[in-house]
Design a binder for this molecule. Structure first.
Ligand SMILES: N[C@@H](CCC(=O)N[C@@H](CS)C(=O)NCC(=O)O)C(=O)O
Length: 238
């Protein structure tokens, strides 16, 4: 059995997408990051970076102690390997999936995250930051669009964890000030992934956990965007 420490954000959706596709049982443990639940002592033991998602596998191997993981890419890879699903077993296909998984973790996720911060959450617009992150995210959309020219999914004909990693970061395309229609192959792929029954089930989980996602309050912004080394020192000293 798995415990998924989760909130209704793109990195959280990646893992519910895997579970729903694989038909594996999991228990969702909501961690409301707007309320600061990511700083709870027990959560920090499994997620030292105070970020969701995090995973506990109670049965990593029969008779072995439970195992915990943070970082959504590490979790997708672990689950794909353990269930022998959504990653090819031969070396060429496998390394292709790995490189696109790592591309998402190192590029699309962080850049779209900064885009959300400067374009959506900031009260005043900083034109340089908007230009930088809207531009960079559009460049990354174009990279995916190129990759999808001759491929049904990001890594070829098979749906993989590389698709699950990228899709939730394309969902907020309007918020990122991207015009999806400009990216023909990416739009086609986006609809294909959106129409998968497992994708719908994963987003229904989000709906149940957080049925009324509203605009972030000033208090929530303070918790999420006011963190520095002192935040952690204070937690450690308490
Ligand atoms: N690279 C990490 C990023 C995780 C991350 O940034 N999670 C956000 C939500 S999407 C979070 O937990 N934020 C809480 C905070 O900033 O305190 C991953 O992919 O798991």
């Amino acid at each position: 059995m798995y415990d998924l420490y989760y909130w209704t954000t793109p990195n959280g959706h990646k893992v519910t997408m895997f579970f729903e596709e694989a038909g594996v049982d999991y228990k969702v443990i909501p961690v409301n990051i707007g309320k600061g639940e990511q700083f709870a002592e027990d959560f920090l033991k499994i997620s030292p970076n105070n970020r969701i998602p995090a995973l506990v596998d109670h049965e990593p191997e029969s008779g072995k102690e439970k195992l915990s993981l943070f970082e959504s890419g590490a979790m997708l890879l672990y689950l794909a390997e353990k269930h022998d699903a959504f990653i090819p077993s031969e070396i060429k296909g496998r390394s292709n999936v790995l490189q696109w998984l790592i591309w998402q973790m190192a590029n699309l996720g962080p850049m779209a995250g900064q885009n959300h911060h400067f374009v959506t959450y900031l009260d005043e617009e900083i034109p340089y930051a908007t230009k930088r992150y809207v531009g960079e995210v559009s460049r990354l959309y174009a990279i995916l669009d190129n990759q999808l020219t001759d491929n049904e999914f990001i890594c070829g004909e098979e749906y993989s964890i590389a698709d699950m990693a990228s899709y939730p970061w394309i969902v907020p395309h309007k918020r990122q000030r991207q015009n999806l229609e400009e990216f023909e192959n990416l739009s086609r792929w986006f609809e294909q992934v959106r129409n998968r029954p497992a994708t719908a089930r994963a987003y229904e989980v989000a709906n149940q956990v957080n049925p009324n996602p509203q605009n972030m309050t000033a208090e929530e912004k303070k918790i999420l965007f006011g963190q520095d080394a002192d935040t952690l020192r204070k937690l450690r000293d308490n």
